[in-house]
Design a protein around this ligand. Structure first.
Ligand SMILES: [Zn+2]
Length: 197
């Protein structure tokens, strides 16, 4: 096993991969919490709710997190794409953070998204959030339906991945910069020194 503190890699990563991962995580505030194990496997796909590796069927995915087991599986190809590795790794890490966030902060982030919706903000900061956002109805926004809450979670993770990965532009970053700035402010206020996962 390699990795320090709460973010651990199993089996241990090669030196070069360790460096990539350290760089990917270097822009984050300090992380605290129980360890999360990260595991790399080749050719990840999702098929009927199951995670497969190198099986040649299902829909291609970059990563899957098993929250109760505190285990995240990442596609091994990401090790050859450092910026994407940073983006996906941070996205998955923030799924653990969302759970720890507490209602007050979660609702505050949802308020931010609701005011975006009221301003007709289009676009998102990642495909995961975008595919859910485009299916939301006015009722979802108003009544905090499960579809809304799933969207809020993915939007939170995609926003964190956008801000902390150090990537300034990406085809999936389609949210206008005036809304992006409000999200950046929210994250910098929320996580000035430490992130709980
Ligand atoms: Zn996600």
């Amino acid at each position: 096993m390699s990795g320090s503190g709460v973010v651990r890699f199993q089996p241990a990563l090669a030196k070069q991969s360790q460096r990539l991962v350290s760089t990917a995580l270097s822009r984050l505030p300090r992380i605290q919490g129980k360890p999360v194990i990260f595991h790399f496997l080749p050719a990840l796909t999702s098929c009927r709710g199951k995670l497969l590796s190198a099986q040649g069927r299902g829909t291609e995915i970059h990563a899957a997190s098993f929250m109760r087991q505190r285990l995240t599986v990442l596609d091994r190809d990401l090790l050859a794409q450092p910026p994407e590795l940073a983006r996906i790794l941070i996205h998955e890490l923030f799924h653990y953070s969302w759970i720890r966030l507490g209602n007050k902060a979660r609702w505050s982030f949802e308020d931010l998204l609701r005011s975006e919706a009221a301003s007709n903000a289009r676009g998102e900061l990642g495909w995961s959030a975008w595919i859910l956002k485009r299916c939301l109805s006015a009722r979802d926004v108003l009544e905090r339906t499960p579809a809304w809450r799933a969207y809020a979670c993915e939007s939170y993770c995609d926003s964190a991945a956008c801000f902390y990965s150090g990537i300034s532009s990406h085809p999936e970053f389609t949210l206008a910069s005036r809304f992006r700035k409000i999200r950046v402010h929210w994250f910098s206020t929320q996580f000035s020194s430490v992130i709980s996962i």
